[in-house]
Ligand binder design. Sequence first.
Ligand SMILES: [Cu+2]
Length: 130
Amino acid sequence: MRTRFYVALLVCVLDTGAAADEQAWISQQGLFVVRYQSEINPLTINTLHSWRVHVEDATGEAVLGASIAVTGGMPVHDHGLPTEPRVTTELGGGDYRLDGLRFHMAGPWEITFSITAGSSTDTVVIALTL
Ligand SMILES: [Cu+2]
């Protein structure tokens, strides 16, 4: 019990030590782990910008040659994105450049990545609040 407590404490310390955009999202079927870095941080309203998206598989290996479709919007307002963001460049090492993001309202947003690599397809939903 005491050991478990210390492990939990260590995880907390490591979590708070990482930047907010170093957070990881696990895809719905557990096939991929996604991280992103926005070129603007913090995110601001009505600024067209790009993200660097990093994709790993469940074992931590970088996923190369993935195709990533991007959708999103504000579920509570029942509208989508004001732009059509696209992954434009594979940067290598499991990194992909996502261009054309813009958030035009304050509030809760969701960005959904549909990732296909080889014969595997899975979906990651990133919730963020502006
Ligand atoms: Cu809205």
